[in-house]
Design a protein around this ligand. Structure first.
Ligand code: ADP
Ligand code: MG
Length: 688
C-alpha cells in the first residue's frame, strides 16, 4: 500500500490489498460532472446539491452566536454565501479573498439570504476540467476522509495484480446457458464501472443495486457462498459419527421416556422425531435445525434424541443461551430421566469452583450421561467421556463458533457428535436456502392439544390502574401472572430501577398476593429461588425484566402484562407472549404502550394483536430488520454477503445454486479460485 496518509485506518477497515480496495464498492455517488452558474445554483440548489464556482470576495470569522467561517463567492451572475461551523486554518487559507473555488452542496435559506452550509470545496482555476465520471462515496469509518479512500481505490484499480485477481474464469458456456439473456459485464468491467460510472449512468439502478454491473458482482458473491455451503455439506457426509439405530426391544430409555410422559406426542412431534431418529442412525453427523413456535414442544423431542444416544452408551449434552433457560431444561430432564436411572449433570459459569470441578469430573469419567448447561459447556474446557449428541437450544443466540463440535478418536477413526439445533424463530425459505444449505430443517407446525389462543390486548399506559384492577381479579381466581418491564439498553441501572419501582407499586396495590421480582442482576441461585417459588405458586405475580424471555414454563401463569411494549421488537414480544397460553386457562397478553408511538411501533403492536403465528411475525420482522439479526448471523453468514440483499436479490440465489452445482461437478479448479477470490480466509466460517 502506498497510501501514506492513513494506512492504519485503511487497514483497520480491512482495505489492505488492491483486491480488498477494488471490492470496497461505493454506497452512492455524487454528480460533479456538471457545473452551474451561481444564479442557476441558487435556483436548483434547493432541490438537491449542485456544483458551482466563483471568486472569493469575502472571508470572515465570526464569533457570535458561535465561532464560524463565512465566505462569499461571486461570478458574473450572482453571489453565494458559504458557512462553516467547523473549519481548519488550511480551509481559511484555501478560501482567501481572491482565490477561485469550485463548491458543491445544497442551497438553503439562511438568516442573511441563500447559503451553502459545509459545501465541499476545491481550489481550481475557472477552466479546470470537470470529471467525466460520477464521484463515488464510499462506506467509511470515522477518521478517514472520502478523499483518502478514493485515492487508494483509484490507485488499486490501476494495480497490475488486479488483472489476475479479477480475471474472468466462469465458463462462458455455463453463463450463457444459465443466463441466456443476461447483459452483465465481466467482473473486471463491472467493478471498474461501479467505482467510476460515466456521467450518463443509470444512477437509480446503481443506487438500488439492480444495475447489471451490480448483478454481476452479486452473482459472484452468492456463487461463492453457495459453493462453500455445498462443500460443507459434502464434508459433513464424509465425517464419521456413531450410528444410533433404534433398539429392537422396548426396554431402553427411549421406550421408558415415552412411557412416563404424561402426554402423547402430537403428530408433528412424532414426524420430526422420526426425521431426527433417521439422522441419528446414520454414520455421519446430524446437523439439523428443529423449528417450532414457542410452546410447540421441542424439549421432549430433544429428550427422545438424548435417550436414544444414551441407550447406546453415549453421553448427550443440552446447551441453552441463558442460565434460566438452561435450568428449565435441567429440571425437566431430571424429572423425566432420573427415575429411569440416568445421572444428569449441571454445568454453568455461575457454579462455585468446587461444584464446577465435580461436574467436570463426572462428565469426563462418563458417570454423567446427560449434561445440561450454558455456554460454560464450551467455555470451561469440558472434556466429555463419550459425547454422542449436542442439543443447542435457541441456536441463533449463539455465535457460529460456539457450537459444541466434539471430535473423538476411537482407534484410528475420528468421530464427530450429532448436532440438533432448536429455534422458536422461524426462518423464511429464502434465508434457509442461503444461510443453511448444509442444515436439514424439521418443523413442528402444530401446538399440543388444548392450547387456547392467546388474546392480545393493546392498552395505553394511562390506563395502568385499570390494568392493575384486572390483575387483581385475575389473581383472585387462583391464577398467576407475569409483569414484564422493558429492557433499557442504555442503562442497566435504569432498567433495574424501573423494575424495582413497578415491583413496589404492585406489591402495594395487591397486598393479598405475593409479588416476586427477577432481573438480570440477581445471582443465579437467587434467580432460581424466585423462579422455583413462582413455579410452586408461592409467588402469584412475577415482575421481571426480559430474563424470562425464553423457556420459562409455568402453565398456571396465563396472563402477561408487558410495560412499554412499544420498545420491544417483534420477536421479543412473540417469545415473551409464548410464556402464557401453556395451560388450560384462557390466556391473555396485555401490551401497554406509552405515547407518542412511532409508525413502526404502531404497526408492530397491531400485527402482534392480530396474529400469533410465528411465521407471519418472522416475515414482518425480516422485512424490517434484515436477516442478520433474525438469524443471529451477525457472527456468521452476513460476513459473507456484502453486496447481496436476500430479499431484493432472492431470484439470484437459485441461479447461483445451479451454477455452484455445475461448477462443483465439472470445474474443480475454478471452484478453488472462486472461493479464494471471494472468501479468502473467511471460507472457514462456512464450515460451521
Ligand atoms: P418449546 O417448543 O417452546 O420449547 P416446550 O418443549 O417447553 O416448548 O413445551 C411446552 C409445553 O408443552 C410443556 O409444558 C410441555 O410439557 C408441553 N407439551 C409438549 N408436548 C406436548 C404434547 N404432545 N401434549 C401435551 N403437552 C405437551
Ligand atoms: Mg424451549
Amino acid at each position: 500500500m502506498t497510501t501514506k496518509q492513513a494506512p492504519n485506518t485503511l487497514q483497520k477497515m480491512g482495505l489492505d490489498s488492491p483486491m480488498a480496495l477494488a471490492l470496497h464498492l461505493p454506497s452512492r455517488y455524487e454528480d460533479e460532472t456538471e457545473l452551474c452558474t451561481i444564479e442557476e445554483s441558487l435556483m436548483q440548489g434547493r432541490f438537491g446539491s449542485t456544483q458551482t464556482q466563483g471568486r472569493v470576495i469575502r472571508n470572515q470569522v465570526l464569533f457570535r452566536p458561535r465561532r464560524q467561517l463565512l465566505v462569499t463567492i461571486e461570478d458574473d451572475t450572482a453571489s453565494l454565501q458559504l458557512r462553516f461551523l467547523n473549519f481548519y486554518p488550511s480551509q481559511q487559507k484555501q478560501m482567501a479573498v481572491g482565490a477561485h473555488v469550485r463548491v458543491r452542496g445544497d442551497v438553503r435559506e439562511g438568516f442573511q439570504g441563500p447559503e451553502m452550509v459545509h459545501p465541499t470545496v476545491k481550489a481550481v482555476t475557472p477552466d479546470a476540467p470537470l470529471t467525466t465520471s460520477l464521484t463515488p462515496v464510499y462506506p467509511a469509518s470515522a477518521g478517514i476522509s472520502q478523499l483518502v479512500i478514493r485515492k487508494a481505490v483509484a490507485q488499486a484499480l490501476r494495480d497490475p495484480s488486479l488483472r489476475d485477481s479479477l480475471a474472468e474464469f466462469l465458463p462462458t458456456k455455463l453463463m450463457a446457458e444459465l443466463l441466456p439473456s443476461h447483459d452483465w459485464p465481466n467482473l473486471q468491467s463491472a467493478i471498474t464501472y461501479l467505482h467510476q460510472p460515466p456521467a450518463d449512468a443509470d444512477t437509480q439502478a446503481l443506487l438500488e443495486r439492480t444495475h447489471p454491473a451490480w448483478r454481476r458482482v452479486q452473482f459472484e458473491e452468492l456463487l461463492a457462498q453457495q459453493i462453500s455451503l455445498k462443500r460443507a455439506h459434502a464434508i459433513r457426509r464424509e465425517r464419521h459419527a456413531p450410528s444410533f439405530k433404534k433398539a429392537n426391544e422396548g426396554n431402553g430409555l427411549e421406550a421408558g421416556l415415552l412411557k412416563v410422559l404424561p402426554f402423547q406426542l402430537t403428530s408433528a412431534q412424532a414426524r420430526v422425531w422420526e426425521e431426527i431418529s433417521n439422522d441419528l442412525s446414520k454414520s455421519f453427523p446430524m446437523n439439523r435445525l428443529l423449528q417450532g413456535d414457542v410452546g410447540s414442544g421441542k424439549t421432549v423431542v430433544a429428550a427422545l434424541a438424548a435417550a436414544r444416544v444414551m441407550d447406546h452408551g453415549y453421553q448427550a449434552a443440552v446447551m441453552a443461551p441463558t442460565e434460566i433457560l438452561a435450568e428449565q431444561h435441567y429440571l425437566k430432564m431430571k424429572e423425566w430421566f432420573e427415575p429411569l436411572g440416568v445421572q444428569v449433570a449441571w454445568l454453568s459459569g455461575s457454579l462455585k469452583v468446587k461444584e464446577k470441578k465435580l461436574a467436570q469430573e463426572i462428565i469426563e469419567s462418563g458417570q454423567a450421561q446427560l449434561i445440561i448447561g450454558t455456554h460454560a459447556l464450551i467455555q470451561e474446557n469440558v472434556s466429555f467421556a463419550k459425547l454422542g449428541l449436542a442439543v443447542i437450544d435457541e441456536q441463533h443466540r449463539f455465535g457460529v463458533r460456539q457450537r459444541l463440535e466434539i471430535q473423538q478418536r476411537v482407534g484410528s477413526e475420528l468421530f464427530y457428535c450429532h448436532q440438533l439445533m432448536m429455534s422458536a424463530t422461524p426462518i423464511p425459505r429464502t434465508l434457509a436456502m442461503t444461510y443453511y444449505a448444509d442444515l436439514d430443517v424439521s418443523v413442528i407446525d402444530e401446538l399440543p392439544p388444548g392450547r387456547k389462543p392467546i388474546a392480545t390486548k393493546v392498552v395505553k399506559a394511562s390506563r395502568r390502574d385499570e390494568v392493575i384492577n384486572g390483575l387483581q381479579s385475575w389473581l383472585s381466581k387462583g391464577l398467576q401472572a407475569y409483569w414484564v418491564c422493558p429492557l433499557i439498553e442504555e442503562s442497566e441501572a435504569l432498567q433495574l430501577q424501573t423494575a424495582v419501582e413497578s415491583f413496589e407499586q404492585l406489591t402495594q396495590a395487591l397486598p393479598e398476593f405475593k409479588v416476586g421480582l427477577v432481573h438480570g442482576r440477581l445471582k443465579a441461585d437467587e434467580k432460581a429461588a424466585v423462579m422455583a417459588a413462582f413455579k410452586a405458586n408461592q409467588i402469584q405475580l412475577l415482575v421481571a425484566t426480559t430474563v424470562i424471555e425464553v423457556g420459562v414454563d409455568v402453565p398456571n401463569a396465563a396472563l402477561m402484562v408487558i410495560e412499554h411494549a412499544e420498545r420491544f421488537g417483534y420477536a421479543q414480544i412473540h417469545q415473551l407472549r409464548g410464556r402464557v397460553g401453556r395451560g388450560s386457562a384462557d390466556s391473555v397478553c396485555i401490551l401497554m404502550y406509552a405515547e407518542p408511538l412511532s409508525m413502526a411501533a404502531k404497526e408492530r403492536l397491531q400485527t402482534l394483536r392480530e396474529t400469533s403465528d410465528g411465521f407471519v411475525i418472522a416475515e414482518r420482522d425480516l422485512s424490517l430488520r434484515g436477516p442478520g439479526e433474525l438469524l443471529g448471523a451477525k457472527q456468521s453468514g452476513d460476513a459473507m454477503l456484502r453486496f447481496v440483499d436476500l430479499q431484493r436479490d432472492a431470484w439470484l440465489i437459485e441461479l447461483a445454486q445451479q451454477a455452484a452445482e455445475r461448477l462443483l461437478v465439472n470445474h474443480a479448479d475454478i471452484v478453488e479460485r472462486h472461493l479464494e477470490r471471494w472468501l479468502g480466509s473467511r471460507a472457514e466460517f462456512l464450515k460451521a
